[in-house]
Ligand binder design. Structure first.
Ligand SMILES: O=C(O)Cc1cc(O)ccc1O
Ligand SMILES: [Fe+2]
Length: 404
């Protein structure tokens, strides 16, 4: 199916470009025409702002028996911020599909896609070769790269789109030479081509300034016989992440779990980080081990690939999501708080068999009309998971300022 090679490209801080040797240049095609947008939008003012904690039940995948939906017609924009025309911002999309793209490919003029499949494999044909992607793997398809997706069942996943910047490995700072996502584990395709004529029948779909356009051509665009360069799609298996964490006391910021970052021009501030919560040991002493309660300067969209998330055993399900916006308070549900407050602090496996992730952004995200209404997956009762929290403050028992 797909043949891949290892790459060090993600680490090389040089200009990115690639040369493609193809049977016919991409320029031979009919004019692009505007097509139905479906649920793709980059309009961040569709509905008014909402600072509440939001949680979505698993996004529903259309049944193949009812309506054939492919990867592109199944794109749904959930939230985002910023501006495509000035190359600054991001969008979170959910893909919900049940059919392969037939004589159709897609390319994005606006930015890069980081694709996180949650249910079902994706066989992705790109101009650079083929990539088979399964849940717990991610791939990045950068601006302008044409690709077509085959699916094998009802399929769901998440996409983080960033405009005008590329994903890179985070600076390791004091971590030093190795750790987190190691460059050797990123795989890129090996050239693959088809010399296939489809007279007037191949459709190239383009997302340009947030709108969808289509153009017809006579040949498959996957006609690249050979290529060289460092501007390529790539994939990464999240199992290879080398987890670094607190081994004495205290809870580290989850930025220590950053797989890839899309930096802004402000040092230390990301347009978006892709962060994961992989299986690991919890060993911290004198520490409440689950996430702390917090309000912070980032927008945190979370998704779940499999299993459950340590801070929410119930209600946050694979294929669903949550959004905690800038300075909106959040943290473990009441149940998690009670259990972790009483837990014996022995070494303990955390998150075995599970994988949660976060798209974290310094921008203030707006939720789309689809996200708040049309998808009908919003969990209206989310806030209730914190209602049972009660005070454990008992000042008289151990107040050192009081005379004995
Ligand atoms: O809010 C969340 O669940 C994500 C998160 C996890 C954690 O361990 C610490 C901070 C944080 O934002
Ligand atoms: Fe958080």
């Amino acid at each position: 199916t797909s043949v891949l090679q290892r790459t060090l490209a993600a680490r090389v801080p040089c200009p990115k470009d690639s040369w493609l040797y193809r049977i016919l240049p991409s320029v031979s095609h009919k004019p692009f025409e505007s097509i139905d947008q479906g649920h793709v939008t980059h309009n961040w003012d569709e509905v008014g702002p909402d600072p509440n904690q939001l949680r979505w039940k698993p996004f529903e995948i259309p049944k193949a028996s009812q309506k054939k939906v492919d990867f592109v017609s199944g794109l749904h924009t959930l939230c985002g911020a910023g501006d495509i025309k000035s190359n600054n911002g991001l969008a979170v999309h959910i893909f919900l599909c049940n059919s392969s793209m037939e004589n159709r490919c897609f390319y994005n003029s606006d930015g890069d896609f980081l694709i996180v499949p949650q249910k079902g494999k994706l066989l992705i044909y790109t101009e650079f070769g083929k990539m088979l992607l399964q849940p717990n793997e991610i791939c990045v398809i950068q601006r302008g790269m044409r690709f077509s997706v085959d699916v094998f069942e009802e399929t769901r996943g998440y996409i983080l789109e960033v405009y005008g910047v590329h994903f890179e490995l985070p600076d390791l700072g004091p971590i030093g030479a190795n750790g987190l996502a190691n460059p050797r584990d990123f795989l890129i395709p090996v050239a693959w081509y088809e010399d296939r004529q489809v007279p007037g029948g191949y459709t190239v779909i383009n997302k340009y300034q947030g709108k969808l356009f289509a153009s017809k051509q006579d040949v498959s665009p996957f006609n690249v016989v050979a290529w060289h360069g460092n501007y390529t799609p790539y994939k990464y298996n999240l199992e290879n992440f080398m987890v670094i964490n607190a081994v004495a006391f205290d809870h580290a910021d989850p930025s220590i779990f950053t797989v890839l970052t899309a930096k802004s021009t402000r040092p230390g501030v990301a347009i978006a980080d892709f962060v994961i919560f992989p299986p690991r040991w919890g060993v911290a002493d004198k520490t409440f081990r689950p996430p702390y309660y917090h309000r912070n300067c980032m927008s945190e969209f979370m998704g779940l690939i499999k299993g459950n998330y340590e801070a929410k055993q119930d209600g946050f399900l694979p294929g669903g999501g949550s959004l905690h916006s800038i300075m909106t308070p959040h943290g473990p549900d009441a149940d998690c708080f009670e259990k972790a407050s009483k837990a014996k602090l022995a070494p303990e496996r955390i998150a075995d068999g599970t994988m949660a992730f976060m798209f974290e952004s310094s921008l203030s995200l707006a939720v789309t009309k689809w996200g708040l209404k049309t998808c009908r997956c919003l969990d209206e009762n989310y806030y209730k998971c914190w209602e049972p929290l009660k005070s454990h403050f008992t000042p008289n028992s151990r107040n050192p300022t009081e005379p004995k």
